[in-house]
Design a protein. Structure first.
Length: 199
């Protein structure tokens, strides 16, 4: 998992060559100029152009998997590698396509986070978002439209965790507890649907 390599690389940059000399020794870059930030969609709100990117990618993903030959081959390779091999579909090639497209989307999301509400690069930017994305994909049942709705639910967990930490004095990790419980119960439901419990 190269996410740890990427985190260490970002840490090296913000602790080393990109470190803000006026940042009181904090691991962060200089605050980006306004020309390097994503434009806001509404004045006085934090919503910026990244929201448009997300909606466009969800629609493109839905079209890819529902209407194209490539999307069909990716679904077959993911759901049944044996059937894909019998049909002449290269599972390795489809895996690489999925990894490259997913990595590009993750890079775009990281750029949107840094050039959006944060406005600078730090060593903690986007921490844990990749693992939350696994839960989102599972809750959305690997359907792009379902993933869009699941991402809103996960955003509520993050925002609710911050609010609970601020106003109720609980630990900020409470949102991760709820994320874990959500995934646990979904997995339990899937198991109980597929397998019957007999005493």
């Amino acid at each position: 998992m190269l996410v740890y390599v990427a985190e260490l690389l970002v840490s090296w940059f913000v602790f080393g060559p990109w470190k803000d000399p006026q940042g009181f020794n904090f691991p962060q870059t200089e605050v980006f100029e306004s020309t390097a930030l994503l434009p806001k969609l509404f004045e006085g709100a934090r919503l910026n152009l990244a929201f448009g990117f997300a909606i466009t990618l969800l629609i493109a993903g839905h079209i890819l998997f529902a209407r194209t030959h490539l999307g069909f081959k990716m679904r077959v390779a993911g759901e049944s590698p044996a059937a894909a091999g019998y049909a002449g579909i290269s599972t390795a090639k489809m895996t690489w396509v999925g990894l490259l497209v997913g990595g590009a989307c993750a890079g775009l999301a990281g750029m949107a986070e840094v050039a959006g509400p944060v406005g600078q690069l730090t060593d903690k930017v986007g921490s844990g978002y990749g693992f939350a994305a696994i839960i989102i994909a599972f809750v959305g049942r690997l359907n792009p439209l379902g993933i869009g709705l699941a991402s809103l639910l996960m955003a509520l967990f993050y925002i609710g965790g911050e609010q609970a930490q601020q106003y109720l004095g609980v630990r900020g990790s409470i949102s991760k507890v709820f994320q874990g419980l959500l995934l646990f119960y979904l997995l339990a439901v899937d198991v109980l649907i597929r397998y019957r419990v007999r005493f």
